[in-house]
Design a protein around this ligand. Structure first.
Ligand code: NAD
Length: 270
């Protein structure tokens, strides 16, 4: 049994991970953590996640539950995730980091901390999206620079960061395949007399509406035709399932920062 701790256990993703960990044959919930001011502190994590009492209450601090655990999931906020990673690194417990919205300084900090433990970081743990990252690189490099790249994503009204980490990763993958520097060519929305579209622009747009779990479309717009590639998440379960797969994979790996492409064996596959 893999003894797992879930950070952000009172949240949308945390709740799905708690219930999947509880239902999986090879996992046991060793701890559930949320922010120390959360109204659900002390409540049973299983009851909160809708799977009935499992005897693990929501703690307000990772320190109190990290001992003896074998993997830590984090779906919280960038600031909390970095604090949790520092605790995991000190306790030498591998981590699956699904939180999004990190700055480049945050990412440098994550890289440094994961010199002590194996850590899987991915803005999207769904298998479909990770296969799509591969396919997008292939489409972009085959089409070349005559096609305009527009990415748009839709998420629920509660999402904190924009654009989504997944949209940013898609843009990075395409920029890499085209040999463009993303920081130089990315634009985020348009307004006013913007003039003709810059040939090398990679445009990213974020929609926020109701309870949409997550949708991403990449448009490759040419003269006389366009390709649109869309991924739609029907529920959060595909992210949670991917996170459990990452946890099984990360235990026992050498320290370092990994992503879902490593977990799924997609790296370097042509
Ligand atoms: P949410 O707001 O429902 O849940 C976040 C939880 O983290 C909340 O319960 C909050 O109280 C808790 N939290 C905040 N500060 C904390 C702290 N200091 N210590 C412990 N817990 C703390 O959000 P969500 O929709 O579950 O998403 C959480 C994160 O996961 C976001 O960054 C989101 O973009 C990301 N996400 C990633 C994937 C993926 O596949 N990688 C999929 C969906 C969402």
């Amino acid at each position: 049994m893999i003894r797992a701790v879930v950070c952000g256990a009172a949240g949308r993703m945390g709740g799905r991970i708690v219930s999947m960990v509880h239902e999986a044959d090879d996992f046991a919930l060793a701890g559930a953590v949320d922010r120390s001011t959360h109204p659900s502190l002390g409540k049973d994590a299983g009851e909160l996640a809708g799977v009935g009492k499992i005897g693990v209450s929501i703690a307000g601090d990772l320190h109190s539950v990290v001992k003896g655990s074998q993997v830590i999931f984090d779906f919280t906020t960038p600031q909390a995730a970095i604090t949790h990673l520092a605790i995991a690194a000190q306790a030498k417990v591998p981590m699956v980091l699904g939180t999004t919205g990190f700055s480049s300084a945050d990412l440098n900090g994550i890289r440094e901390l994961s010199a002590a433990i194996p850590c899987v970081l991915s803005p999207n743990m769904s298998i479909g999206v990770n296969v799509l990252f591969k396919v997008l690189a292939e489409i972009a490099s085959t089409l070349g620079s005559d096609y305009d790249i527009e990415i748009f994503e839709t998420h629920h009204r509660f999402k904190k960061d924009a654009p989504s980490g997944t949209a940013l990763r898609m843009a990075a993958v395409i920029a890499g395949a085209l040999g463009r520097e993303l920081d130089k060519y990315a634009i985020y929305g348009r307004k006013g007399m913007v003039g003709d579209r810059g040939k090398e622009e990679i445009a990213i747009h974020a929609l926020r509406a109701g309870d949409v779990v997550g949708e991403h479309t990449v448009v490759f717009g040419g003269i006389g035709e366009r390709i649109e590639v869309t991924h739609r998440a029907h529920s959060r379960d595909n992210f949670a399932r991917g996170a459990l797969r990452a946890a099984r994979w990360v235990i026992g790996r050498p320290p370092g920062l990994y992503d879902m492409q490593d977990v799924l064996g997609l790296k370097g596959r042509g």
